[in-house]
Design a protein. Structure first.
Length: 230
């Protein structure tokens, strides 16, 4: 039988050093930044990257704590984006890596960050050429100039709960991000057949995190330790 324990801990100083754990989940007020990386169809040859609006990623908040992510659609018919050109039945000519995330700079230095959620609906598949769509949960700890990063990731391939952790480097100039990434070829916006096959995924807070968030709101902050369900 699955059991869940939630333990309240305080920051400990002295011989054992300070400890704190930061919990993050699906929250539209925090996970409110979008970034798109574009690759050639090999998925590794980088083409461009820039900040995009959340809607442009094809991410939709159904509520403040529920987000649905689906493959990216580009309305430009140029052959840069589609083969032979943008139209119903055309194949996407780029791999789109849409990142929806929250970010803090310095706040979580030296602390352990946990990002957890629950996938309530998952139907991601492939495009018409058989190229798959991938959903990934991530935490990244970037250098001050964003030149490198430490990361923790978990591929999401079905419904169910996920939880990942990353010990942030103790440097107040670093940037910690947490969120979701959807990656795969673009689809013509009105191609309902391909969009239907490609699917989508909906993610909400993992049930036990509601209790954690409630404790945080009561003034206990981020100093919480959770034992995972077994």
């Amino acid at each position: 039988m699955k059991k869940l324990l939630i333990i309240i801990a305080v920051a400990v100083t002295g011989a054992t050093g300070a400890s704190a754990q930061i919990f993050k989940t699906i929250n539209s007020s925090e996970m409110n930044t979008g970034y798109m990386n574009v690759f050639e169809l090999d998925g590794t040859t980088f083409v461009l990257g820039s900040g995009w609006g959340i809607g442009d990623l094809n991410s939709t908040y159904n509520s403040a704590s529920s987000v649905t992510m689906s493959p990216n659609t580009i309305g430009d018919p140029n052959s840069f984006w589609y083969t032979p050109s943008g139209q119903v039945g055309a194949l996407g000519n780029k791999i789109m890596e849409g990142n929806l995330y929250g970010q803090q700079t310095g706040t979580y230095a030296g602390q352990t960050v946990t990002f957890a959620g629950s996938v309530t609906s998952f139907s991601l598949s492939t495009n018409a050429a058989g190229i798959p769509y991938q959903l990934t949960a991530f935490i990244r700890d970037f250098a001050p100039d964003f030149s490198s990063f430490a990361t923790s990731t978990q591929a999401i391939t079905s419904t169910g709960d996920f939880s990942i952790n990353l010990a942030a480097i103790s440097d107040p100039a670093r940037h910690v991000q947490w969120g979701l990434q959807i990656k795969g070829p673009n689809i013509w916006p009105t191609d309902s057949a391909q969009l239907g096959v490609a699917g989508s995924a909906t993610v909400v807070p993992e049930p036990s995190t509601y209790a954690l968030l409630a404790l945080g709101a009561a003034g206990l902050g981020g100093h919480l330790v959770r034992r995972r369900r077994r």
